[in-house]
Design a protein around this ligand. Structure first.
Ligand code: ADP
Length: 538
């Protein structure tokens, strides 16, 4: 936005008053510099004359009070010129005040202009051109989605879209920030048609002592108690010597659906795909999609003449949905040569299965399959968790196992794995919708060491995470990954960072399960929620 040019009436542009300006403003006279020099000359001449005549009188012992007419004239000249000069030089005082006032006014004006510049986007919208575009969007002449490409300025596009939206809906977006966000970084990657961003606080649980390393776990959440509770679990784990994790599997899946005219033809393709002799050829086609995509297995299911082919592949440090989809497309193209009667219905046929609760993920795994365990010593259960081993084991059996079975749960044999998974997912730029299968978890508790200590484990078969791609490269999310030491592509081995992230998530879930189950066993749940979730503000 252009700062409005200062007009001649603007005090900011006023020439500063100087002493010489006062010649026209001085109430004492309309004097010119010449007059001032003349008066000065009169003054000093009179003084000189009087001093000389007084010196002569003193030398010749004449009385000083007897004055001649020339001395009277000199005295008069002295008095008049003195009055004038005092009047002139006494003036700077009011002038300084005037200058001070003008300076204050000037500062006020500068502050006003600065404020206007700081609220740039609002002024930006009042500019003629932007106002025209806003009107265009409101009237439907300019598609909102085209603003970024039309303007070539993502921030300006978001500001215009936001203004148009407020006018169309008549609803204010005050409170939804627009400033201080890099809109270029989400273009074509993370979010279309942005009008601002939502702020979610990030809390830290930890240190989580896992496999001998300490982690400060970032959790983005608005649920009071959650971070505090996970932190308590971390404390109990730490005090008991830490947790350990095992990665059982690492493979992302995609399952297209294809249709044949007969079930027999569908079965022929199934046999071909599952034949170990075909694997190398199919993998050759699949792996062309990326240097990180490596086909691991193909598992098929038939429904009549429809075939579902579940491809599993490693994806390096990427969560891998894009990578696996490209690989699957390559294979479909390749298969059409030998199976030209294959009708590709969809690249995803829900046997994958993405973002839906599904037994296939629970049984076969998807993404990273991780087990994490710890032995919590008896005194820590008492001191930190304020309960006892027997109560925890009993509660786990009746709640997480039997209770979930009674509810017909699918992968939900836990107290609140989804709480920790989604908070860490949001903080680290994962796809929060994948929280559904990523939170599949069975929590086991058992009394060990003669019934004194507690063995606790979480088994999570489908943690879908990445440290490259998607939201992971955005500034805030990348900072959280950096805190965990898993930002970006691993320099050691492709996939090492994303696998570590999955293990950390399982470790944090272990801490969360431990703490919540203890709170329930000790009957503290409602009490602590009242303390952390309900502020006293009316
Ligand atoms: P996703 O498949 O999870 O949606 P993207 O396709 O957005 O992820 O991101 C993966 C991209 O990152 C690919 O282009 C891939 O070549 C690149 N990449 C760079 N380093 C790695 C790595 N270590 N592991 C996986 N992908 C990587």
């Amino acid at each position: 936005m252009e700062i409005p040019a200062a007009t001649s009436t603007s005090p900011v542009k006023h020439k500063k008053a100087t002493k010489f300006d006062s010649f026209s403003e001085n109430p004492t006279s309309n004097a010119t510099p010449m007059l001032l020099y003349l008066i000065n000359a009169v003054f000093f001449t009179a003084v000189y004359f009087l001093l000389v005549s007084w010196r002569d009188k003193i030398r010749h012992s004449k009385p000083l009070h007897v004055v001649s007419s020339s001395e009277i004239a000199a005295l008069l000249a002295f008095a008049v010129s003195l009055v004038y000069l005092l009047g002139f030089f006494a003036h700077p005082l009011p002038l300084q005040e005037q200058e001070k006032e003008e300076k204050e006014e000037e500062e006020k004006q500068i502050t006003l202009i600065k404020k206007k510049v700081q609220s740039d986007p609002i002024i930006l919208l009042s500019e003629e051109e932007d106002e025209e575009i806003v009107k265009g969007v409101v009237e439907g002449r300019v598609p909102s989605y085209s603003l970024e490409s039309k303007l070539g300025d993502c921030k300006r596009a978001a500001a215009i879209r936001r203004e148009a939206l407020e006018r169309i809906t008549g609803k204010s977006l005050d409170g939804l920030p627009l400033e201080n966000f890099d809109y270029e970084s989400i273009l074509g990657q993370c979010c279309e048609m942005p009008v601002g961003y939502v702020q979610i606080p990030v809390g830290i649980a930890g240190p989580l002592l896992l496999d001998g390393e300490e982690y400060s776990v970032p959790m983005a959440t608005t649920e009071g108690c959650l971070v505090a509770s996970t932190n308590r679990g971390c404390k109990a784990i730490y005090a008991s010597g830490g947790a350990t994790s095992v990665l059982l599997k690492d493979g992302m899946t995609r399952a297209p659906v294809v249709r044949f005219s007969t079930a027999k033809r569908a079965a022929q393709l199934k046999l071909y795909l599952e034949d170990p002799l075909s694997f190398e050829t199919i993998a050759g086609a699949f792996n062309k999609s990326s240097r990180f995509a490596r086909l691991q297995s193909i598992k098929c299911a038939i429904a009549g003449k429809n075939l579902y082919m579940r491809f599993t592949c490693s994806t390096g440090d990427a969560m891998g949905m894009n990578m696996v989809s490209k690989g699957v497309q390559n294979v479909l193209d390749f298969l059409l040569t030998d199976f030209p009667d294959m009708d590709v219905i969809g690249i995803s046929g829900n046997f994958c299965s993405d973002k839906k609760p599904a037994a296939v993920n629970w049984i076969e795994g998807r993404g990273k399959s991780v087990v994490c365990e710890a032995i919590i010593r008896e005194e820590i259960v008492k001191k930190v968790l304020k309960t006892d081993v027997a109560s925890l084991v009993e509660l786990n059996m009746l709640k997480n196992l039997t209770g979930s079975a009674m509810a017909g749960a699918l992968g939900g044999f836990n107290a609140h794995a989804a709480n920790i998974v989604s908070a860490v997912y949001i903080a680290t730029g994962q796809d929060p919708a994948q929280n559904i299968e990523s939170s599949h978890c069975i929590t086991m508790m058992e009394a060990v060491n003669d019934g004194k200590d507690l063995h606790i484990s979480v088994t999570m078969p489908s943690i879908e995470v990445g440290t490259v791609g998607g939201g992971t490269q955005l500034a805030s999310q990348a900072a959280c990954l950096n805190l965990l030491g898993v930002k970006g592509a691993s320099k050691v081995e492709p996939g090492a960072n994303s696998r570590r992230l999955a293990a950390i998530i399982a470790g944090a879930v272990l801490a969360g399960e431990l703490s919540l189950m203890s709170a329930i066993a000790a009957g503290q749940l409602v009490k602590s929620h009242m303390k952390f979730n309900r502020s006293n503000k009316v």
